[in-house]
Design a protein around this ligand. Structure first.
Ligand code: HEC
Length: 142
């Protein structure tokens, strides 16, 4: 029979260290979980984007001299690490600046499309106003 009393102090220290690492990793991954969206959302969003946003932000999301890009390093420099719901709140409050405004569901789909164009992977859960995930491309996607 194994006797726990024979664990050396050094070994116990190693076990404690490993446990702390695991806890740290778990805490970090729950805070940094990527926002999730479905391909259905992104496809619906692509349509709305082309109808409502592309005139200014361009059909490839590259932006123009007076309009910021919505994909790529500049965009991710601004929005990377922030909640997808924050991006939605901004779009819902401010975009498009004039003209016909799509409803909130349609704008949520546009945000899903923007996530896809920033190389975030789609998943099985829909992006919605209560989803806690952040904006960042999947590791290795850039
Ligand atoms: C009439 C032109 C126009 C249209 C149409 C338009 N935008 Fe914009 N958008 C802008 C301008 C100009 C800015 C910069 C605003 C500022 O700095 O205050 C901007 C900023 C943004 C930003 C912030 C970018 C950043 O780097 O912070 C997002 C996100 C955005 N728009 C999304 C959209 C979406 C989504 C749509 C369609 C639903 C849309 N926009 C439609 C002109 C437009």
């Amino acid at each position: 029979m194994m006797r726990m009393g024979h664990t050396t102090p050094r070994r116990r220290l190693a076990i404690v260290a490993v446990c702390l690492l695991c806890l740290g990793a778990a805490a970090q991954s729950s805070q940094r979980a990527l926002a999730s969206y479905t391909t259905t959302q992104a496809e619906a969003g692509a349509q709305t984007y082309q109808d409502v946003c592309a005139s200014c932000h361009k059909s490839d999301l590259a932006g123009a001299s007076d309009t910021p890009p919505l994909a790529g390093d500049t965009f991710l420099g601004m929005w990377g690490g922030r909640a997808a719901t924050e991006l939605f709140d901004y779009v819902n409050a401010a975009m498009p600046p004039a003209g016909r405004k799509p409803d909130a569901d349609a704008l949520m789909d546009v945000v899903a499309y923007i996530l896809r164009k920033n190389k975030m992977p789609s998943g099985s859960s829909r992006l919605d106003a209560t989803a806690p995930g952040i904006i960042a491309p999947a590791p290795g996607a850039r």
